[in-house]
Design a protein around this ligand. Structure first.
Ligand code: ZN
Length: 91
């Protein structure tokens, strides 16, 4: 376990894939359910905004990590990246 939740989640997913579960649709469904559970932890009045934020970040990160932004500097886990342990391109 690292000190970055994002990296920890990626590590778990990687182990899942290595364990033979290579159905990315199934994995995405499970992760989406986890996100739904997280949104439901928020007060009801804040859930719509939190979901909108999460969806926005998903889209932004896919664009950023696929190189759509020239010189993009917004990192998902600056703290860990600056420590040099953040791994990019898990898959
Ligand atoms: Zn990370």
């Amino acid at each position: 376990m690292s000190d970055c939740l994002h990296c920890d989640i990626n590590e778990l997913v990687q182990k899942h894939i290595e364990g033979g579960t290579d159905d990315l649709v199934e994995i995405a469904s499970m992760m989406a359910e986890s996100l739904a559970d997280l949104v439901l932890l928020a007060p009801e009045a804040e859930r719509a905004n939190l979901l909108a934020h999460a969806i926005s970040v998903v889209g932004h990160m896919i664009l950023e990590k696929s190189g759509a932004f020239e010189g993009g500097s917004r990192a998902s886990c600056l703290k860990v990246e600056s420590g040099g342990v953040h791994r990019k391109g898990h898959w």
